[in-house]
Ligand binder design. Sequence first.
Ligand code: ZN
Length: 364
Amino acid sequence: MDNSAYQFLFSAFVFILGAVVGSFLNVCIYRLPRDLSVNKPRRSFCPVCKKSILAHHNLPLISWILLRGRCVNCGSKIAFRYFGVELLTALLFLAVWQCFPWEIAIAYWVFVSLVVIGTFIDFEHFIIPDQITIGGTVAGLIASFAVPELMNTDSRIAALVRSALAAALGYLTLLIVLEAGKLAFGRKRIRLDAPTPFTWKRHGEDADFAVGAEQSLWSDHFAREADRLLLQCDEAKIDNHTYGSVTLEFYYNRVVIEGETIELDHVNEISGMARELQIPREAMGRGDLKFLAAIGAFLGWRAVLFSIFAGSLLGSMMGLVTLVAGKRVWSAKLPFGPYLAFGALSWMFFGEAFLRWYITLLNP
Ligand SMILES: [Zn+2]
């Protein structure tokens, strides 16, 4: 066989490997945030009817197309995400294979897999599980020791030290940004021009929350246990109890009013006139700090700085786009993990080229 045929076959193999890994990543994306084991049950199951999916209906990429994105058993739609993650992983595996020597490529396959899982879980649940972030940092340290070229050195010990320092840099830099950001943007205050009617109405497990014309789902405002939403009212009514001028201090499952705590489970309707609203909006969680540590452990300190820079840039651009598009502004939750992931992958593929360009810019 001539060289190009050999290379084509190998590339095809890498692509298929990526799709198979992507199929496993889908399992992790579904199960990790739900505290389900990733290897028990062994077979994938339909998220709706829970029936396990037969092996010949579980071929990466192909099955989703052949079954037109539906479960064989119950016919319910299987999210495009499943296909998308398999395709994305296959393409990333192939790109990594084409761009890097094989030892580095294998380490980057592990990294890319962690990034894909972290990103998609963050999109859906606004968390990145420790298995991915702390596990990823440990994996990055091991990878750097095994393949010191990842840290641009021949010495295993030097690589391990650099990897650890980059992880620490990632964690600490974001910690500072997070703490500073809490002071500056941690809460968003919305002063209403005039007293505005608001309602909170139970709706199954969730509730509809409306202030003036702005409608939202209750759960959209709370990403973490400690998140707090303050509502300054001229008057408020909780079920049949009426209050005068009060501040309602909401947590996702309870409201504190004049020192008294009421479980929202026992409430059907809250209404009143609001003057000011303070909604929790942390752009980042602790998961992001650990996620950036993992990025540093695999890609080094420059990748940490670049990921923050590129991630914030893309994040503000997206924020601007949703603002211009007239999407809900104050109720939008913003996961930061996917932006960091974007920055990290950009660095992985284009970091060297970017640096060369930057240096010529400084020394014309
Ligand atoms: Zn089904």
